[in-house]
Write a protein that binds this ligand. Structure first.
Ligand SMILES: Nc1ncnc2c1ncn2[C@@H]1O[C@H](COP(=O)(O)OP(=O)(O)OP(=O)(O)O)[C@@H](O)[C@H]1O
Ligand SMILES: [Mg+2]
Length: 287
């Protein structure tokens, strides 16, 4: 994929925020909701996360990119608590959460998308969302009864189904849904938990081209107050979404900046030049 072309296509979506925001980016005035301090993760002799310090602000649209093996998933796993860092700290709204279990972090508003194998295959999207909402509210798992009786819950399910383009599939078992719809359901279930910070690890991976636009559109329409961190190889998605981009290489932050700055950065382009075919327009991004 061509970096320059992707940046150009994405520019329409982000101009206005980026162009007027100055070097600090559009979110610099907002409070930091998620922060890492010199996070390090070693696997034996390999440093998969190398002193990463990140600040994610309220309402952020922040993409994390880097070549295969750069340490993106390892970093996300430390943010969510699946992996314990070798050293360093993770803070959520000023609170040290470095040693908190994943479910405790989720309860505090740090949510990652559900993975497809965590979806309930025999339940429909409507039932799955009703169950997630009932869980969030702490109501009993008799979810199909209150759904009829509880107008607020039913309304929230309806609007999530519409927002994530699942209305036409609302009553089908999740296991028969097209792949792209299952990925949309993953995001819908995460949003149903009303996160403060939403982590999306490659939401478009494996999604056929025909269904990809739905992912782009729904990610673009996520609630403005939620900080969203996206890991993605699809540069169209990255550049249509992000207002800040952090580039990871060999576990370390190579650079961070606006999409325009990242697209023009010779170091970034050199990294991607190393691993993919180079077009006459410039660096081809791995996609
Ligand atoms: N559990 C583990 N044990 C040992 N090494 C690991 C483990 N998990 C990841 N690694 C190594 O850490 C490095 C970073 O891997 P990671 O999966 O975080 O990269 P990534 O940026 O997510 O890559 P991709 O784009 O391919 O998903 C790689 O060299 C990988 O082989
Ligand atoms: Mg990964």
């Amino acid at each position: 994929m061509d970096l320059v072309a992707a940046a150009r296509r994405g520019a329409g979506a982000v101009s206005g925020t980026v162009a007027e925001s100055g070097p600090g980016g559009g979110e610099s005035g907002e409070e930091v909701v998620l922060r890492t301090h010199a996070l390090v993760k070693r696997f034996g002799g390999l440093t998969a996360t190398d002193a990463v310090s990140l600040a994610i602000r309220r309402g952020a649209r922040h993409a994390l990119i880097g070549p295969n093996g750069a340490g993106k998933t390892t970093l996300i796993n430390q943010l969510t608590g699946v992996l314990a860092p070798t050293s360093g700290r993770v803070e959520l709204q000023g609170r040290d959460i470095t040693t908190l279990a994943p479910h405790r972090r989720a309860a505090l508003g740090l949510v990652r998308t559900f993975q497809i194998n965590q979806l309930w295959p025999s339940l429909s999207p409507l039932q799955s969302l009703a169950l997630a909402l009932a869980g969030r509210r702490g109501t009993a798992a008799r979810f199909w009864r209150p759904l009829g009786a509880d107008a607020a819950l039913a309304g929230e399910v309806e609007s999530l189904l519409a927002q994530f383009r699942l209305t036409d599939h609302a009553d089908q078992p999740t296991r028969v849904l097209p792949y792209g719809k299952r990925r949309l359901l993953e995001i819908a279930l995460a949003v149903a938990l009303r996160p403060r910070v939403l982590l999306l690890d490659e939401p478009a991976a494996g999604v056929p081209a025909a269904e990809r636009q739905d992912i782009l559109d729904t990610v673009a329409a996520l609630p403005a107050e939620v900080a969203v961190v996206l890991i993605e190889h699809d540069m169209d998605l990255v550049f249509s979404f992000a207002r800040r981009i952090t580039v990871l290489v060999n576990g370390a932050v190579l650079t961070e900046g606006t999409p325009a700055a990242i697209a023009a950065d010779p170091q970034v382009r050199a990294v991607y030049l190393g691993e993919t075919v180079v077009g006459s327009q410039g660096a081809g991004f791995h996609g």
